[in-house]
Design a protein around this ligand. Structure first.
Ligand code: HEM
Length: 437
């Protein structure tokens, strides 16, 4: 609601708007918002791109004050909150008046998940969110199918441990075998065509409204996915879908398309966490002690290792832009926000402190008081897959590191005594594996 006490946001100058577009938004779009482009990620790491973006925003905040920055872009009202309280407010007041179904996202994700929860209109959102939370068992740290999933982790990771080296292409092939089994069942383990079709649609999604709708390919992909879900193999999320008896408004294939897409970020987080642990002996020892000292039940939770994964997502957020569109005239942090504005949360800025690899902040309460650390977003549209992701990623990391020492071979400048790079190119990470003595 707009009230007379609200203030009008000051617009940035044209020059400052151009700088924000060039140094903050363009590098993220160039890297690929829906699927990462390897060459652009490599270049961003070389240029330390997000450091320049954070420095610019820090400077603009000093000049313009703590209120959200309003960009001077013709035809669009783009608002960039920098204060963590404003960021939290935008997320807490989702889906109304700040809807996650933002214009760019609807076009980008609509290429492969036309009825997906994240881009759903208000009338369909509540039922789809309820369905998603039920299948993913959102609130609980350990999913009811944990035993099945752990067996899949052991099975798919074992071949990687038989090799002296691990690189991204090798890891990612096994990771997708794992994901297809967890989501769809053992019969989908080798269904590379399904994920290849999804990858192609995601590449089109990178261009948002600049790319025509890939209707025929989308239909082929969704039809194939629908068939696989209907076969619902035991031990998979698809089997749980069948148990929930979803109504016609759910469109499970669209929801599952989002889950498959989002598991990409989890694979990236695993690889980056491996790199952090390989270069930070103190944290590595703590993580190992936790796995070694845990009983089979508590082993599943691995809170310290969860902190390590959360740190990789804080330091190098896989969702660098969280977007919301205002559905009505409203306010944010006491400032007028007209209907149709786009609120842009730039997570590398919100996550900028602390500077180093500090897994303990996720357990001792510091993270809650450290501003807006939102790798999984926050509020009513917070990622419903958070616990499942943390469960699977920590299981993979524990499995890979239980009996093997993993050293970093690639040059990534990840030494504890140096500032960490603002972008970490996961495509280029390479590790040496050797059995612990
Ligand atoms: C490292 C892995 C992941 C990260 C960092 C992550 C992060 C996020 C973030 C930041 C959002 C909010 C996006 C926005 O508002 O635009 C989100 C939403 C969502 N995520 Fe995840 N996610 C991950 C993996 C997953 C997985 C594996 C699943 C499913 C199995 C999943 C399911 C969802 C769904 C359904 C939404 C939409 C929620 C809604 O609109 O109510 N995510 N995630």
């Amino acid at each position: 609601m707009t009230t007379t006490e609200n203030q009008t946001l000051t617009r940035l100058s044209t020059v400052d708007t151009a700088k924000v577009l060039a140094l903050v938004l363009l590098p993220i779009v160039a890297r690929g918002a829906v699927i990462r482009r390897p060459r652009a990620v490599a270049l961003a790491q070389r240029l330390d791109a997000d450091r320049h973006a954070v420095t610019l925003l820090t400077r603009l905040r000093a000049r313009y004050g703590d209120a959200p920055l309003r960009l001077r872009v013709p035809g669009r009202n783009l608002v960039l909150p920098l204060d963590s309280a404003d960021a939290h407010e935008a997320l807490a007041r989702s889906p109304e008046p700040f809807t996650p179904a933002n214009l760019e996202k609807r076009h980008a994700l609509g290429q492969f998940q036309p009825e997906g929860l994240l881009i759903s209109p208000a009338r369909a959102r509540a039922r789809r969110r309820e369905f998603t939370e039920e299948v993913l068992d959102t609130p609980r740290p350990v999913h009811p199918q944990a035993a099945d999933f752990t067996a899949i982790v052991q099975d798919t990771m074992a071949p990687l441990l038989a090799r002296p080296e691990l690189d991204w292409p090798t890891f990612t092939r096994q990771w997708w075998r794992l994901v297809r089994q967890v989501v769809l069942g053992a019969g989908a383990a080798e269904d590379h065509l399904l994920t290849d079709r999804l990858f192609a649609l995601r590449r089109a999604g990178n261009w948002s409204w600049l790319h025509p709708r890939e209707s025929r390919h989308r239909e082929l992909f969704l039809r194939q996915l629908r068939g696989t879900i209907e076969r619902a193999q035991p031990g998979s999320l698809a089997a749980r879908i069948a148990e929930t008896r979803p109504g016609p408004e759910i469109h499970p294939e669209s929801q599952v398309a989002h889950w498959l897409f989002a598991f990409d970020a989890a694979g990236i987080a695993i690889f980056r966490t491996l790199a952090l642990l390989a270069t930070h002996p103190e944290q590595e020892l703590k993580a190992l002690a936790e796995s070694a000292g845990a009983s089979p039940d508590s082993y599943w939770e691995l809170p310290y290792l969860r902190g390590c994964v959360l740190e990789s997502l804080r330091l190098w957020p896989t969702t660098p832009l969280i977007l919301r569109d205002s559905t009505v005239d409203t306010s944010l942090g006491g400032h007028d926000i007209p209907a149709g504005s786009t609120i842009i949360l730039f997570t590398p800025y919100l996550h900028r402190a602390p500077a180093g690899f500090t897994p303990e902040i996720w357990r001792d309460g510091t993270a809650q008081f450290h501003g807006a650390l939102v790798p999984f977003s926050d509020g009513p549209a917070v990622c419903p897959g958070r616990n499942l992701v943390l469960f699977l990623t920590t299981q993979v990391l524990a499995t890979l590191r239980r009996e093997h020492e993993i050293g970093l071979l690639s040059r990534a400048h990840l030494r504890p005594e140096h500032p960490l790079p603002s972008v970490l190119n996961h495509f280029a990470l390479r590790f040496a594996l050797s059995r612990r003595g």
